[in-house]
Design a binder for this molecule. Sequence first.
Ligand SMILES: [Zn+2]
Length: 123
Amino acid sequence: MTRSFTPERIAKFELALLAERREAENRLAEHREGMAEVRVARSDANADDEHDPEGPTMTQEWSQRTAVLADAESELAEVLRALDRLADGTYGVCARCGKPIMVARLEARPTATLCIDCARLVR
Ligand SMILES: [Zn+2]
């Protein structure tokens, strides 16, 4: 038995995941736009003066944005993996012990790959 959920439940999770994917994609697009702006501002600053007082601030902003972008990217990847699992029937099965993940946990976090016991062990 690979499918541990009813089709109705699966459909519900799918809807939740698709909504999350849209959100993650929007966030990612916003971050990419923001990065492009900073990149332009940064090259202007470098061209003007190497000792521009704004230099370090820009670098800091850049690394912050890079981190945020990486977060958004991994979030989207997580959602896509969850949709894959939904498609191949392994959704809701713990990746570590193979037991079903509780529905309440999946409802709170549709991208969860571990049951609550395994998640506790890994953390
Ligand atoms: Zn487990």
